[in-house]
Every structure is written in structure tokens, then in C-alpha cells.
Design a protein around this ligand. Structure first.
Ligand SMILES: [Zn+2]
Length: 140
């Protein structure tokens, strides 16, 4: 996907909004958005303290949102508990969407998140920069 400078600014601002929310909630201020067809389909912010789960990094939270798993107070998502399995809602997207999705994130992903994203999108159809972070922005 080719992004205009305005697109990049908009998506990075959305990622920073997530990071600011994380900071306000006492988390390490990291935020991200996942973009498909110029639409934000997943948003995430760090939630390890809130969820008492060290794996709930911003990227993992955004992945969960796309796949329809409930993380913290994320609304409109299905639960992982067995009691809800029979009545769970359909996930908004299938894992195939990740091969055509780009990550905009405030801090370069850690090894866990980079690996998760790589496993979800193992073979990009075209060569592109898959992860855009704040260092890629020109500051005005
Ligand atoms: Zn991470």
C-alpha cells in the first residue's frame, strides 16, 4: 500500500493517541494502529498492568481486536472463555487480512510482537515497508 504523507501523519497520530491513553492509565506509553485498505481495522495500546498479563503489548491488543478476542475493556469483541464459545460473535476479520495490513506504531515492536506479526503475515505479496514508526516521520 502506498501512503501519502497525510495518511502517514493521520495513522501515526492515531497511534500516539493510543500511546497517550496507555500513559494516562499507568502503562508504558506505546500505541499502534493496523491499517488495511486505508482504514484502521485495529487499535492497541499497552495493557500489561491493567490485565496483569505481560504479553498485552499494543500490537498484541490490536491483533486481538482484529481477530475478535476480548482484551481488557475493548468493546465489541468476543471473549476467550469457554462459556462464551458457543455464543461468540464472528471475528471481524480472518487472519488472512494481516498479509495486506500495515502497522503504524510509536515504538519499534519487541521480538514477541514482531514475531507474532511475522507469523500472521509470512509472505507479503509485494515488497513494502510493513512497519512504520515515529522515526519514519519528518517532524515539522
Ligand atoms: Zn511487544
Amino acid at each position: 500500500m502506498h501512503y501519502s504523507e497525510d495518511d502517514i501523519q493521520r495513522y501515526m497520530k492515531a497511534a500516539f493517541v493510543q500511546a497517550e491513553e496507555a500513559y494516562a492509565q499507568g502503562e508504558v506509553p506505546v500505541g499502534c494502529v493496523l491499517v488495511h485498505d486505508l482504514k484502521i481495522i485495529g487499535r492497541g495500546r499497552n495493557r500489561p498492568n491493567e490485565t496483569c498479563n505481560a504479553t498485552k503489548h499494543a500490537e498484541m491488543v490490536a491483533i486481538d481486536e482484529i481477530l475478535g478476542y476480548k482484551t481488557g475493556s475493548t468493546s465489541n469483541a468476543r471473549s476467550l472463555s469457554n462459556s462464551d464459545a458457543s455464543t461468540s460473535q464472528q471475528a471481524p476479520f480472518t487472519p488472512n487480512v494481516f498479509s495486506e495490513t500495515d502497522l503504524f506504531v510509536t515504538v519499534e515492536p519487541c521480538v514477541m510482537c514482531a514475531s507474532a506479526l511475522r507469523q500472521l503475515a509470512p509472505a507479503p505479496k509485494k515488497k513494502s515497508k510493513r512497519i512504520l514508526k515515529s522515526d519514519d516521520l519528518s517532524v515539522r
